[in-house]
Design a protein around this ligand. Sequence first.
Ligand SMILES: Nc1ncnc2c1ncn2[C@@H]1O[C@H](COP(=O)(O)OP(=O)(O)OP(=O)(O)O)[C@@H](O)[C@H]1O
Ligand SMILES: [Mg+2]
Length: 200
Amino acid sequence: MLENKLGILNSADLAREEERISKKKAIELFESGMLNNLDAGKFSSLQAIHKYLFEDIYDFAGEIRTVNISKGNFRFAPVMYLEAALGNIDKMPQSTFDEIVEKYVEMNIAHPFREGNGRSTRIWLDLIFKKELRKVVDWSKVDKEDYLLAMERSPIRDTEIKHIIKKALTEDINSREVYMKGIDHSYYYEGYTTFKAEDL
Ligand SMILES: Nc1ncnc2c1ncn2[C@@H]1O[C@H](COP(=O)(O)OP(=O)(O)OP(=O)(O)O)[C@@H](O)[C@H]1O
Ligand SMILES: [Mg+2]
């Protein structure tokens, strides 16, 4: 369990509060228009998103991690190479659908933060799609298991994740509901209570 600013000592309570607060912050991020001022495709914008979502919860919000982490059998970028990797990702092209997903896959491999990479990086991805293609991902059209399997496969082969995301693209780029699906924790993560926007 992660040390947090809320003084919560129990991981189920932390998960619940983390979900509630980060969703509330995600709505603010959307409503305030702050997202529009970020530089789509740069690490600095992902950092700003992560900081905003998690600053009331974790000291490490917006900060590059200082420990090595893994999920399943996959080890994300070692801390020693992380900054160099992020510099290279910044320079990756993003003018076509394929290039954008390839950049997303690399950012996932980097996994720059201690926790909360999935949610912040999906918002970051949408920002690139919105700017470059005038589209966003409607995550409600993406099956959670298919997504996770495709992300697990993505460092080796990105065809599955490209296929899944392509099918879910929408031109409904200004919908708050569509935007919020990307960070619907319950949708990507098992076992937590879900909060609807109205309840926050
Ligand atoms: N085995 C894996 N290999 C590569 N990437 C993975 C693997 N498992 C999960 N991922 C990616 O990591 C993300 C989860 O990262 P993290 O737990 O830091 O973020 P989160 O915001 O808490 O998660 P979530 O995406 O569940 O909302 C997933 O959304 C997926 O994109
Ligand atoms: Mg997580």
